[in-house]
Design a protein around this ligand. Structure first.
Ligand SMILES: NC(=O)c1ccc[n+]([C@@H]2O[C@H](COP(=O)([O-])OP(=O)(O)OC[C@H]3O[C@@H](n4cnc5c(N)ncnc54)[C@H](OP(=O)(O)O)[C@@H]3O)[C@@H](O)[C@H]2O)c1
Length: 387
């Protein structure tokens, strides 16, 4: 029996994780859960799955949940770290959104856990630190949950990086793939929240519309698979059937296909190297008629260019980009800035930040905090406030 901790249990990844766990009660048990403030949904989950430990980030929500369940509820970062260190936990599924996911990932690695990582922000911020921690803790294993990285992981099938020519990271292109650049200034929140193929939390949905999500995934791929940025190509594939590909040096192109369903990579992160049955939609190739591909438009989606730029610069640049983006996306969702202000202010934050090389964790966390302050100040000073 594998005991599983699901961080971000109330979110989109959390919900899919619960579905997978509940299909295999002889193999997986939900041992602990964490959420931010949605104590009502967490209470329902706890009543149904009876985990041993519960954590809520928000202290008021933790208190309400504790009263509702008549049990101890852990709080804040300490709570998340305790779940990751628990000796009874075998697997941590990190479905937290944002840079808050970084320290729990590190703790889980230090404690030798299997980590199913959906929280890409972890690797964007602290890729080199994570790499070092994995070397120091050979019992720990990090398995990607992002569907693209799960696909690459499967296509690589443990071949050495010297056999890889390039990684072809597929992108749906988001809802504005065909929108003329001239119309980008009038993009509304509702339009940006409508993803054509995936159903996800609000932050990643906006990141998918700006293509920042793909940019973060480029950086994530660099650290996960140790390939250079020149070897990572983004290819727009609107059907989201091919989840990514690996081009090998002999010209063979390996792809992983499947219907867009996050339960597939989540389940694989639990069961790897085995595969378990999953009654999800199958791809009907004959019915598909066509799969299309095109190059991304860096002019319409400057966030993708900025991510390559920050990744190539290295040091704290990706952490700064990520933190500023985490400030700007909620500002867009609150109607305070326009869609096109996201890349504009991001670029300005990168330009105005001092980038540290080979940062340790403290330097990364400081850079993250400073970038948040800078981005907030830029929103206030930018004169684009609509409210
Ligand atoms: N959704 C997808 O299909 C998908 C695909 C690939 C990768 N990812 C990645 O997976 C991560 C989660 O995405 P999502 O779409 O599942 O997001 P989501 O639906 O917004 O869910 C986020 C979850 O994290 C919890 N949370 C947020 N801050 C927390 C904190 N400080 N402490 C404890 N819990 C916290 C939330 O709790 P509350 O509900 O209480 O706020 C919620 O359970 C992101 O990094 C995303 O990029 C998602």
């Amino acid at each position: 029996m594998n005991q599983v901790s699901v961080l971000g249990v109330t979110g989109s990844i959390g919900t899919s994780s619960l579905d997978v766990i509940s299909r295999y009660p002889e193999q997986y048990r939900l041992y602990s859960v964490a959420a931010h403030s949605n104590w009502q949904k967490t209470a329902e989950i706890v009543k149904k799955f009876q985990p041993e430990k519960v954590a809520m980030w928000n202290p008021e929500a933790a208190e309400k949940l504790s009263k509702e369940l008549n049990c101890e509820v852990l709080q804040g970062m300490e709570g998340l770290l305790e779940l990751c260190s628990d000796k009874q936990t075998d697997v941590v599924i990190n479905g937290l959104v944002g840079s808050v996911g970084c320290l729990p990932t590190i703790r889980a690695i230090e404690c030798g856990k299997r980590v199913g990582l959906a929280n890409k922000e972890t690797l964007v911020m602290a890729g080199e630190v994570i790499e070092k921690k994995l070397k120091e803790n050979p019992k720990a294993i990090l398995l990607p949950i992002d569907s693209e990285h799960s696909a690459i992981f499967q296509c690589l099938a443990e071949r050495p990086v010297s056999e890889v020519e390039s990684i072809q990271l597929t992108a749906s292109g988001g809802p504005f793939r065909n929108l003329p650049l001239a119309d980008f200034n009038s993009i509304t929140i509702e339009q940006a929240l409508k993803h054509p193929t995936w159903s996800m939390g609000p932050k990643i949905t906006i990141d998918s519309a700006t293509l920042m999500n793909k940019g973060l995934e480029v950086i994530e791929a660099h650290f996960l698979f140790r390939v250079s940025y020149d070897q990572i190509k983004v290819v727009v594939h609107p059907q989201s059937i091919i989840h990514s590909m690996v081009q090998f040096v002999d010209g063979s192109l390996m792809a992983q296909l499947g219907a867009p369903d996050m339960r597939v990579p989540i389940q694989l992160s639990l069961s790897y190297p085995r595969r378990l049955p999953l009654p999800c939609e199958r791809v009907d190739l004959a019915a598909l008629q066509q799969l299309s591909f095109s190059a991304p438009d860096f002019q319409k989606f400057p966030c993708l260019r900025l991510a390559y730029q920050a990744g190539r610069r290295g040091g704290t640049a990706p952490a700064i980009l990520n933190a500023a983006n985490e400030v700007l996306v909620p500002q867009f969702l609150a109607g305070k800035i326009q869609f096109t202000d996201i890349p504009r202010l991001l670029e300005s934050c990168l330009e105005d930040s001092v980038i540290a090389d080979q940062p340790d964790l403290n330097t990364i966390l400081t850079a993250d905090a400073q970038a948040r302050q800078l981005a907030s100040a830029k929103v206030s000073a930018s004169g684009v406030l609509q409210t």
